[in-house]
Design a protein around this ligand. Structure first.
Ligand SMILES: Nc1ncnc2c1ncn2[C@@H]1O[C@H](COP(=O)(O)OP(=O)(O)OP(=O)(O)O)[C@@H](O)[C@H]1O
Ligand SMILES: [Mg+2]
Length: 451
């Protein structure tokens, strides 16, 4: 690259010298042709000689004036006068009438430019020739200094370009590198990984989105781990009971009375029922979590659905002499998934019966509420839920009093199933409760589901 530039610079310089010398040679030739015939006269000769010397100084070169026989008539350096010079191609060409110039590299002298111009009369007859020789070595000094400047400017330019592109790429690539590293950590299972955000541009927007994603992943992962731990625990408890009973029976040396065996078997039977209940509930939950799960919407007379549920649970309530009062403030028909909503209400009403002491009352209300929705309230006069437990009440496996609830057969999955069903219907469920006073669940469902 630099070489090409050097060559072109060199050619330009040489061309310039060549043109300059040829032009000056022509001017000199014009001047001399006028006086050529009178050169024998001393005054004319002296005058022309002076002129040639001046020109030679001006051009920093040696100038010879030769006649047609190639004999030197005038030499700017006063040495070669009278010598015949017949070995120079440039002079031969000039004597044929053509100006010409060539560059030579002469040993011990250096780069030298030879220029020869014919001297002609008015009729264009060649009278003689002018020969100019000029040392061209000094042009290398100029070329070299120009080249030095070019190289310096190029280097500085390259340095600045490099520096700027380094800074830009650093600014751009550092946050991306950080992000890549964070993605890698997440891939390895470290969901807590966050990206430090330092600016407010698009890259930091991406960083923010990433951080939100990692927070969500972390939560989901924690929930998953908690869920698995809970499931194992819940399944192990009945299994442990069964194991203890069967081991006791097997280890017994004496004959065990039939009633005791029956008692043990009943315990095993109820533990197996409990295991079944947990597994059924879990499968139900998993089923609902499938995204593709579609609700089977059917136009439903909700009052009738409530009556139906109460009718089904009344026998259990009656055992505790609990009265269920249904208050139908409005008659409401909406599209909903009957089986699922029924299940959701059974869970809540079942709890109300379960957690209300004997002779208590339960109030079920239905009415139209604002924003095109309907409300179902289920209020009991039971044991209530302590304030600190309320926020966990919809969590899977959560029971206020674990041992008591477990003894009563509770899995702690009922309310989370109910909540999921209501959410699938784009509805809401709320809870209000006071210990020893009672608990009220409020379900709000949109009326235009599926319209
Ligand atoms: N009406 C209520 N009164 C008092 N406590 C309640 C009431 N409803 C729910 N709870 C508390 O909330 C816990 C969770 O209820 P949830 O229905 O999810 O589980 P569960 O009733 O224990 O089990 P399952 O519904 O599977 O039989 C219960 O164990 C109980 O402690
Ligand atoms: Mg329940």
């Amino acid at each position: 690259m630099l070489n090409i530039f050097y060559q072109s610079l060199f050619n330009d310089y040489i061309d310039e010298i060549k043109i300059n010398l040829l032009t000056q040679g022509s001017i000199l030739s014009n001047q001399i042709s006028k006086d050529y015939d009178n050169l024998e006269k001393e005054a004319v000769f002296n005058y022309v000689s002076e002129y040639v010397k001046e020109m030679s100084l001006k051009l920093d070169s040696r100038i010879l004036i030769l006649n047609k026989e190639k004999e030197v008539v005038i030499d700017s350096h006063d040495v070669l006068k009278g010598f015949i010079i017949d070995k120079l191609r440039e002079i031969d060409i000039a004597l044929t009438g053509a100006s010409n110039a060539n560059l030579y590299n002469i040993k011990d002298v250096g780069k030298t430019m030879y220029v020869s111009v014919p001297i002609t009369n008015k009729d264009s007859n060649v009278l003689g020739s002018i020969f100019i020789s000029k040392n061209a070595d000094d042009i290398f000094v100029s070329i070299n200094s120009t080249m030095k400047k070019v190289i310096l400017i190029s280097l500085v330019g390259m340095l600045i370009t490099g520096l700027v592109s380094f800074i830009i790429s650093d600014v751009l690539s550092r946050p991306i590198e950080r992000m890549t590293e964070a993605v890698r950590s997440i891939t390895m299972g470290d969901f807590r990984k966050k990206i430090r955000i330092t600016s407010t541009d698009e890259i930091s927007n991406l960083g923010n989105a990433f951080n939100l994603m990692s927070t969500r992943l972390y939560q989901v992962d924690e929930q998953r781990a908690k869920f698995v731990a809970n499931v194992s625990h819940e399944l192990r408890t009945p299994l442990t009971s069964i194991k203890i009973i069967s081991e006791t029976l097997l280890a017994s040396k004496k004959d065990i009375p039939k009633e005791v065996v029956t008692d043990f078997l009943q315990d095993i039977d109820s533990e197996v029922d409990r295991l079944n209940k947990i597994i059924d509930s879990l499968l139900y939950l998993v089923d609902m979590e499938k995204k593709e799960l579609e609700l089977e919407l059917k136009l439903t007379y909700v009052n009738y659905l409530l009556r139906n549920v109460i009718k089904r649970l009344n026998p259990i309530a009656e055992k505790k002499n609990i009265k269920i009062h249904l208050i139908e403030r409005d008659r409401i028909q909406v599209s909903l998934d009957q089986d699922k909503i029924k299940q959701a209400i059974i869970n809540i009403l079942g709890n109300a019966i379960k957690f209300t002491p004997e002779n208590g009352d339960i109030y079920v209300q239905i009415y139209s509420s604002p924003k095109d929705s309907l409300t179902i309230e289920i209020e009991d006069t039971g044991i209530g839920i302590p304030e600190n437990d309320i926020k966990y009440i919809f969590d899977r496996f959560y029971r206020v009093d674990e041992s008591r609830a477990r003894n009563s057969g509770g899995t702690g999955l009922g309310l989370s199933i109910s909540q999921q069903i209501i959410n699938l219907h784009q509805g809401q469920i709320y809870i209000q409760s006071k210990v020893d006073v009672g608990t009220k669940f409020t379900i709000v469902l949109p009326k235009n589901m599926g319209v």
